[in-house]
Write a protein that binds this ligand. Structure first.
Ligand code: ZN
Length: 435
């Protein structure tokens, strides 16, 4: 990755303006405010930000504060900056994806990631959990250091799979290449025992991950036949989860098939991603263990749509995309009715970055009230992350604010028409002269 880091330094000159986003004192006069804890609108409020990038005060109605510059957001609804719990900023799938991994270097994906991060932030997503990719921990650091702009990132780094499983980096390559590269091990994100599982988590710690991702079953876009076969033993999941706890990590489990989901939940993971073939038995188990569900309907719809196009996906991918992709929204509807805890996530990088807010519409379409969908991307998502200062507009919380022109509870499509974005007290979209 050394060359990638050096390469990324090349963009510093053009990104220098970003560093001027020191947080000024601002008074955001919001026409309406979404209380993410109560999941309801509470009327006009003025949000006063502090120099440390946090919210200092939330005042009733249209107010000002000493030394604060007023930002007029009348007619707009302010919400806590949205959180997407499942993205891959280091990639964006296309018919070229399967050859690009042989032609491009990490630095190429790094440059693209800068654009994806910018689009994500401007779409109102001030925080993301990136569940797999070598580029993103470096992108996270560049954003945190002010070199480039993007959302706050919780990065998994390499995801952890088993041999031939979803995320095995040697899947789909010819035998000569596979021989040259040798069998992948825990450092590459491939484990086959509880000892390997511990080593893989410790390796992620060494590399600076913020969260651990496992692929508990097959997946749609990997070059392998099964999208739903279980790929971890319960003992392997437990070893990951227990070791992760040593480092304060939470564990997210990609899983489509029922048996793999069951093992992941019993093994103690924090969240099930996709969860395609869950049923009432699984819902009950998740409620018993307090497991979160991150649905990623966006990815399901995207791959099901592309599976209809000849040649878009390799032949081995196409039937998985058609079958699994089409199921996720229905499963989400059942999980919501069953009372499973739901956090917002899209799997963006499958579908294009910056279109994350379409997920809100898919959730509402499946029967979830708009306010509950917004809560899933704010209050709930902060709980999934274990981030006590995210997901609410209240004193002491990070000054992450997104606004839309009108009432998103009446019209959820307004979430795709973001009019204002603030992260850590700095404005990245809208805000007029205060920017
Ligand atoms: Zn994913």
């Amino acid at each position: 990755m050394r060359t990638s880091i050096l390469g990324l330094l090349g963009v510093l000159a053009c990104a220098a303006a970003v560093q001027s986003h020191a947080a000024p004192l601002l008074a955001l006069q919001c026409g309406d405010v979404f209380d993410a804890k109560a999941a309801k609108l509470i009327g006009a409020r003025t949000i006063v930000t502090a120099a440390d990038g946090r919210i200092a005060q939330v005042l009733p109605g249209k107010a000002t504060a000493p030394d604060a510059t007023v930002v007029d957001l009348s007619g707009q609804t302010c919400m806590p900056g949205w959180i997407d719990l499942h993205v891959h900023l280091g990639q964006e799938s296309s018919p070229k994806s399967y050859e690009e991994r042989f032609r491009l270097d990490d630095i190429d994906f790094g440059y693209r990631a800068l654009v994806y991060a910018d689009r994500t932030l401007k779409a109102g997503f001030t925080t993301v959990r990136d569940l797999g990719g070598d580029v993103t921990p470096h992108l996270r650091d560049a954003i945190n250091q002010g070199y480039v702009q993007g959302p706050r990132i919780y990065a998994a780094g390499k995801s952890i799979a088993t041999t031939g499983g979803h995320g095995d980096p040697r899947n789909g390559i010819n035998s000569e290449l596979a021989h040259l590269l040798g069998p992948p091990g825990p450092a590459d994100g491939v484990i086959n025992s509880v000892d390997d599982a511990r080593q893989a988590v410790r390796q992620r710690y060494k590399e600076g991950s913020d969260v651990i991702k496992i692929t508990a079953t097959g997946g749609v876009l990997s070059y392998a036949k099964s999208g739903d076969a279980p790929q971890f033993t319960v003992d392997e999941v437990r070893a990951v989860v227990d070791t992760a706890k040593d480092y304060g990590y939470r564990v997210a489990a990609h899983a489509h098939g029922k048996e793999g989901i069951r093992r992941a939940v019993e093994g103690g993971v924090t969240s099930i991603e996709h969860g395609t073939y869950m049923d009432d038995e699984i819902f009950a188990l998740m409620k018993k263990h307090g497991t979160w569900y991150v649905p990623t309907i966006s990815a399901g719809k995207f791959v099901a749509g592309k599976a209809k196009i000849d040649g878009y996906y390799p032949d081995i991918i196409r039937p998985k995309a058609a079958r699994i992709g089409a199921q996720i929204q229905d499963t989400f509807a059942q999980a919501y009715k069953a009372g499973v805890k739901i956090g917002f996530g899209t799997d963006q990088g499958v579908a294009p970055h910056g279109q994350n807010a379409l997920e809100f519409g898919y959730m509402v379409e499946a029967g979830m009230p708009a306010a509950t969908a917004l809560q899933a991307a704010t209050f709930n998502a902060a709980e999934v992350l274990g981030a006590p200062d995210l997901g609410q507009l209240a004193p002491g919380f990070r000054a992450d604010v997104v606004a839309v022109p009108g009432n998103p509870l009446d019209d959820i499509t307004l979430t795709s028409k973001v009019s204002f974005v603030m992260k850590d007290g700095a404005i990245y979209a809208g805000g007029g002269s205060a920017r």
